[in-house]
Design a protein. Structure first.
Length: 169
């Protein structure tokens, strides 16, 4: 899948491949352990420094995630500006899935504060279906000495934070 010159179009293609575990863009293995395998992405994302697709194995189930480093800089102000720009690109983004249904991403902006060292905004589809209800798109800005990194992650959340897990006696 060749890269395009449009970040929004690239991200929509990634989101459309989410239900298929990123099969259309999964490249060669970068790193492997018993719990996780990291793959290169065969699709380039406009403006991304690097892209990784990861497979996690747990409870006889494979779960995939996608991540892209969008900026690495020593300047907080540059990272903050990139974070704000990307938030604006994702909020209310319309994504037409392979099923023909169009969903809209909705998120709440959290202002980056340098002293905190980490900021994250989560996006979900407004009115998701059974396939997209677990999908989370996360925009993060984190200080990893000596640099700030702005990342986009797409992953599956099994349950809400307010839900209880299995009771083990």
């Amino acid at each position: 899948m060749p890269g395009t010159k449009d970040f929004s179009a690239d991200m929509k293609a990634v989101i459309r491949d989410y239900p298929h575990n990123y099969a259309k863009m999964r490249g060669g293995v970068q790193q492997q352990s018993p719990q996780q395998t990291d793959y290169e992405s065969s699709m380039k994302i406009t403006g991304a420094e690097s892209v990784t697709i990861s497979r996690f194995s747990a409870d006889n189930k494979e779960v995939y995630s996608w991540s892209a480093v969008m900026l690495t800089t020593e300047e907080f102000s540059a990272a903050k500006a990139k974070y704000k720009t990307l938030f604006a690109r994702f909020n209310n983004m319309a994504v037409k899935m392979d099923s023909g249904v169009t969903f809209y991403l909705k998120g709440k902006y959290l202002e980056p504060i340098e002293e905190r060292g980490f900021t994250s905004s989560l996006f979900r589809f407004e009115l998701p279906d059974m396939v997209t209800r677990k999908m989370i798109l996360e925009l993060s800005m984190q200080y990893e000495f000596p640099e700030w990194k702005v990342k986009v992650l797409i992953y599956e959340r099994d349950r809400e934070d307010t839900e209880r897990g299995d009771i083990v006696e």
